[in-house]
Design a protein around this ligand. Structure first.
Ligand code: ATP
Ligand code: MG
Length: 314
């Protein structure tokens, strides 16, 4: 599929309430039910906390269709799980033009609009990244004591819940302990968020491992339906943007692993002294290779090619 990357989502028919690093959110007209949003994933890509100037064509559809798959898989494997996903695409009668619908194809979903808990519910099954840096210094991860002698990228005895703050656009998230997260979300919700995050990670990691992918760690977000006081899994779920995916076949303890998705881009940025710099444009070969890796992980995880999955979307 030779298409240009969609880095901006110009919808004249709906007002936009927010724009994150990757997504644009549009409140949908009140249909007399719970408030809903059109949750649109662009082709924007970020690395080292900076958004690149150009995007990765089809990435928005890959992340959307993969998340939709996970909502289905996790619903059947995590007892009592509620999630924000209602359906792919916009509701039939929300006033989008035919061109707008075509532009959003595969990359939008209708979700419940919820009050987002201001933490990132990270779960780690392996010690890497900022967790490894902390462990090397203090033998703790997010302040939680860990067994001695763990090696870089080693599997933890069991997955651990290691939340962070949810920073505003442009700021960095800060790792915090589960107790600090409890202070932020409140006693009433903290344990259930932790329990759901761990259960979703375990179910997802087991599913991925059968398909040759290790989910080293991931970030979930949760929201509250204030009317019913129920907690929902929201946002994207278990995608290469929100998780570290490693190839099970290439995994070796004691060294860094290549991540499935952004490694090509990260290496190119580092090799060219562009790490963390703004307004960087990726050359076509970096775009193509990165697109290839997202597409490959989609196929491995869902068992279906992106083309086939897109063909089923109206
Ligand atoms: P990152 O993914 O690195 O945290 P970001 O926060 O900028 O970056 P995006 O993925 O670009 O995130 O934007 C998605 C935004 O939508 C997030 O702020 C998320 O909290 C919010 N969100 C997700 N699901 C819902 C929902 N059901 N209701 C309201 N807001 C939601
Ligand atoms: Mg996000």
């Amino acid at each position: 599929m030779a298409s240009a990357a969609l880095t901006n989502i110009p919808l004249a028919s709906l007002p936009r309430i927010s724009q994150g690093k990757v997504r644009d959110l549009f409140p949908l007209p009140d249909m007399g039910e719970n408030p809903t949003l059109l949750f649109v994933t662009s082709d924007r890509i970020s690395a080292y906390d900076v958004i690149l100037k150009n995007g990765i064509p089809t990435k928005g559809a890959i992340l959307t269709l993969l998340s939709a798959k996970w909502f289905e898989v996790l619903s059947s494997r995590v007892p009592g799980l509620k999630h924000h996903f209602l359906h792919l695409g916009p509701p039939a009668s929300c006033g989008l033009t035919a061109d707008e619908q075509q532009m959003l194809r595969g990359r939008s979903m209708t979700v419940r609009r919820l009050k987002i808990f201001p933490i990132e519910a990270i779960v780690r099954g392996y010690v890497t990244g900022s967790a490894w840096a902390e462990y090397e210094k203090t033998q703790t991860i997010h302040g939680l004591p860990q067994p001695a002698g763990l090696k870089r990228c080693e599997r933890l005895p069991q997955p651990i819940y290691t939340p962070s703050t949810k920073a505003e656009l442009g700021d960095k998230d800060i790792n915090i302990s589960p107790d600090e997260a409890r202070g932020i979300v409140g006693d009433k919700y903290a344990s259930r968020i932790e329990e759901l995050a761990l259960a979703c990670y375990k179910a997802g990691a087991a599913y991925a491992e059968e398909r040759g992918i290790i989910i080293a760690d991931t970030k979930f977000e949760f929201g509250l339906d204030e009317e019913t006081d129920e907690i929902y899994l929201v946002d994207e779920v278990l995608t290469p943007d929100s998780s570290r995916f490693w190839s099970k076949a290439d995994y070796q303890v004691g060294r860094e692993q290549d991540s499935f998705d952004k490694q090509v881009l990260r290496n190119w940025l580092t090799d060219n002294g562009l790490k963390g710099k703004p307004d960087v444009e990726m050359p076509p070969e970096v775009v193509e290779k990165t697109k290839g890796r997202y597409t490959e992980v989609f196929k491995l995880m869902t068992g279906e090619s992106l083309e086939d999955a897109l063909a089923r979307v109206a």
